[in-house]
Design a protein around this ligand. Structure first.
Ligand code: FAD
Length: 529
C-alpha cells in the first residue's frame, strides 16, 4: 500500500497550493487528481490551434497569486488582463479607479430617470473599493515572510494592521444580500439588474459590490491559466512531491487513515487534505472506529453539509472565429462583461424560471426555448478572448471567443432527464452567438469555424462539484461552513482525525483567492501538527 506523510485529494488551485507548500517544506506529499490533468476549475485547453480557458478566464491577484509565484520561484510571465463593461452600444474600458465615475456616467445616460440612484449606488461601490484597498493593497501575509516580533514591524505596518482589523469589522457587517442593499437605494429594477445580474443570487453585498475593484486586479498568465497550473504541478514534482492523475478517491476510512480509489487501490496517510467537494468527503467517509465525540461532531457536520446546495453554475460557449483579433480589439478588451439590453433580466431568471421548473412535466420544448431566448437577450455575459491578452492563443488572423453566463443546474438536469440535452446545448450555443452577433460583435455568427459548449452538468462531470457550482455554497440557503473572515483559519478543520479540508467548499464567499488561502492554511496545519 502507498504510504505518505500527507495526501492531498483534488488537484484544483486549492489542492495544488497545499501540496506545493508541503513539498516545499520537504514533506512526503502525494496529490491525487481525478482528471488526466490538474487545475480543476482553472485550466486551459487547445482546440484546432485555438487556446481556451475551460474555467476561470483569468486570475484575480488579490495580493495572493503574484506572491505565490514569487515565493515558489515559478517562472511565468504575468500579462495584463484589462476589462471592459458594456451595455447595448456603450462600452467602457476599465482603466483604474477613475473608471468608476465613467461607469456612473454610462449608467446615467441609460437610466435618465434614476441619476440620483446611480450616484448612490456608485458611492456605495466607492466606499467598498476603499475597504478593498486595505484588504488587497498589500501582499497577503500568508505568502510573505513574517517578522517574528511585533516590535520589529515598521509603524506603517502596525497602522495597517489596525486599519485592516477595522475594515474586517466593517466587512463582517456587510453580509446582507446585495439585492436587499440595492432595493434600499433604488426602485428601478432594470438598473438594479444591470448592476447585479451576473452575481450569484443573494451574494453578500460586500462581495458583490467589491467586484468593481477586482476588475483592475485581474491578471493573465502567459500561455493561459493552465500554464500557471502546469508550472505549479512541475514545482511540486521538482520538490519531491508526487502527483497522481486519473485517480478518483471513492472511499475514506478515517480511523485507519486509509483512502481508496475507484480501482480499489488503497493509500495510507498520516494527514490528509480534502480539496474536493465537501459533500463527497462527508458522503464517503466511514465512522467505524471513531471516538464517540468525533462521531457526534462528524454526524452533525455531515447532516448540515449534505442538506445544502451549491450556487448557480455557468454555461460556456466556445467559438473559433474566422475574424482577426483587431476586429474584436476595436470593440472591447479581451475580457468583458456585457449586457445587450438595458432592461435587464427582470423576472426571467427568477419567477419565470421557477414557474417553468415547477410545471416541468407539462412544459413543451418550445416554451423552454422561448424562455431561453428572453434569458439570452437580457442577460449579462462574461466574454473572454484569450488572443487579445496573449498573441499566441489563436492561429494567425483568427480569434477564439468564450461566451458565458450564470446558468441553472436544475434546468440542465431536467432537460437531460427528458432526453434532449444535446439539442438544448446546440440551442443555447445558437442563442448566445445570435445575441452577441446582433449587439456587440456584428456578423460574428457568419464567421464561425466551430463551436461547442460546457453546461453546468459538464462542470459536475468534470470536477465533481455539486450542482455544477463554481464558487461553492449557494447564498440562498444556510451556509454550513465558516463565513467570517475572522475565522477563516478554522475553515480547514474537519471533525475527522488528521483530516483537513481546503478549497471553494470550506469557506464562503469563495472563489480563486479563498481556494488559495485555504489551501495554504491547510498545509500550515499539516506542518504544525
Ligand atoms: C467560468 C468560470 C469563471 C470563474 N471566474 C472566477 C473569477 O473571476 N474569480 C474567481 O475568484 N473565481 C472564479 N471562478 C471560480 C474559481 O475558478 C474556483 O472557485 C476555484 O478554481 C476553485 O478551486 P478549488 O481548488 O477549490 O476547486 P476545483 O477547481 O473544483 O478543484 C477540485 C479538484 O478536485 C478534483 N476532485 C474532486 N473530487 C475528487 C476525488 N474524489 N478524487 C480525486 N480528485 C477529485 C477535481 O477533479 C478538481 O480538479 C470561475 C470558475 C469558472 C468555471
Amino acid at each position: 500500500m502507498v504510504n505518505k506523510d500527507v495526501i492531498v485529494v483534488g488537484g484544483g488551485i486549492a489542492g495544488l497550493t497545499a501540496a506545493l507548500s508541503l513539498a516545499h517544506k520537504g514533506k512526503d506529499v502525494l496529490l491525487i487528481e481525478k482528471n488526466d490533468h490538474c487545475g480543476g476549475l482553472m485550466n486551459s485547453f487547445v482546440r484546432d490551434g485555438f487556446r481556451f480557458e475551460g474555467g476561470a478566464r483569468a486570475l484575480v491577484n488579490a495580493g495572493l497569486v503574484k506572491p505565490l509565484i514569487k515565493e515558489f520561484g515559478i517562472d511565468i510571465e504575468v500579462l495584463p488582463n484589462p476589462i471592459s463593461l458594456g451595455i447595448e452600444d456603450r462600452i467602457l474600458r476599465i482603466d483604474g479607479e477613475e473608471s468608476l465615475f465613467a461607469y456612473a456616467e454610462l449608467l446615467k445616460a441609460l437610466y435618465t430617470d434614476s441619476t440620483d440612484e446611480v450616484d448612490r449606488i456608485i458611492q456605495a461601490i466607492h466606499s467598498i473599493i476603499e475597504d478593498m484597498k486595505v484588504l488587497y493593497g498589500v501582499d497577503n501575509p500568508l505568502f510573505t515572510k513574517k517578522k517574528k516580533n511585533i516590535l520589529t514591524l515598521a509603524p506603517s505596518v502596525i497602522a495597517w494592521i489596525f486599519k485592516f482589523m477595522r475594515t474586517m469589522y466593517r466587512i463582517s457587517k456587510m453580509d446582507t444580500p446585495f439585492e436587499d442593499s440595492l432595493d434600499a437605494i433604488s426602485s428601478n429594477q432594470s438598473l438594479k439588474d444591470i448592476i447585479g445580474q451576473h452575481f450569484f443570487r443573494k451574494t453578500p453585498v460586500f462581495f458583490a459590490l467589491s467586484y468593481f475593484a477586482l476588475y483592475n486586479d485581474y491578471i493573465y498568465p502567459k500561455g493561459g491559466v493552465g500554464a500557471l497550473i502546469q508550472k505549479l504541478v512541475d514545482a511540486i514534482v521538482q520538490r519531491g512531491g508526487e502527483v497522481r492523475v486519473d485517480t478518483e478517491i471513492a472511499g475514506v476510512d478515517p480511523y485507519n487513515k486509509i483512502i481508496t480509489d475507484t480501482a480499489g487501490n488503497a493509500y495510507h496517510y498520516k494527514r490528509m487534505i480534502w480539496a474536493g467537494d465537501l459533500k463527497a468527503l462527508y458522503a464517503t467517509a466511514k465512522d467505524a472506529g471513531l471516538a464517540e465525540k468525533d462521531k457526534a461532531l462528524f454526524f452533525r457536520a455531515k447532516e448540515s453539509i449534505l442538506r445544502q446546495k451549491g450556487a448557480e453554475s455557468v454555461f460556456s460557449v466556445f467559438v473559433g472565429a474566422d475574424l482577426p483579433p483587431d476586429t474584436f480589439r476595436a470593440i472591447a478588451s479581451g475580457h468583458a462583461f456585457y449586457t445587450p439590453d438595458r432592461r435587464g433580466l427582470g423576472a426571467i431568471h427568477t419567477a419565470e424560471l421557477k414557474s417553468l421548473l415547477l410545471r416541468w412535466d407539462s412544459v413543451q420544448k418550445d416554451e423552454v426555448f422561448a424562455w431561453l431566448r428572453g434569458f439570452c437577450r437580457h442577460n449579462t455575459f462574461e466574454i473572454s478572448i484569450p488572443v487579445l491578452r496573449d498573441a499566441d492563443a489563436a492561429p494567425p488572423g483568427k480569434t477564439g471567443v468564450i461566451i458565458s453566463a450564470l446558468f441553472d443546474y436544475g434546468l440542465t438536469q431536467k432537460v437531460k432527464a427528458a432526453g434532449w440535452y444535446e439539442e438544448f446545448k446546440r440551442r443555447v450555443e445558437e442563442e448566445f452567438i445570435e445575441t452577441l452577433s446582433s449587439s456587440i460583435y456584428p456578423g460574428l455568427k457568419d464567421k464561425i469555424l466551430f463551436r461547442f459548449s460546457a453546461s453546468p452538468a459538464s462542470i459536475y462531470d468534470r470536477v465533481r462539484s455539486s450542482e455544477g457550482s463554481i464558487v461553492g455554497w449557494s447564498f440562498e440557503g444556510d451556509i454550513p461552513v465558516v463565513t467570517s473572515m475572522f475565522r477563516m483559519a478554522d475553515s480547514v478543520n474537519t471533525p475527522l482525525p488528521d483530516v483537513y479540508a481546503a478549497g471553494k467548499w470550506v469557506y464562503s464567499p469563495a472563489g480563486g483567492p479563498t481556494a488559495i488561502m485555504t489551501g495554504r492554511i491547510a498545509a500550515k496545519r499539516c506542518l504544525k501538527g
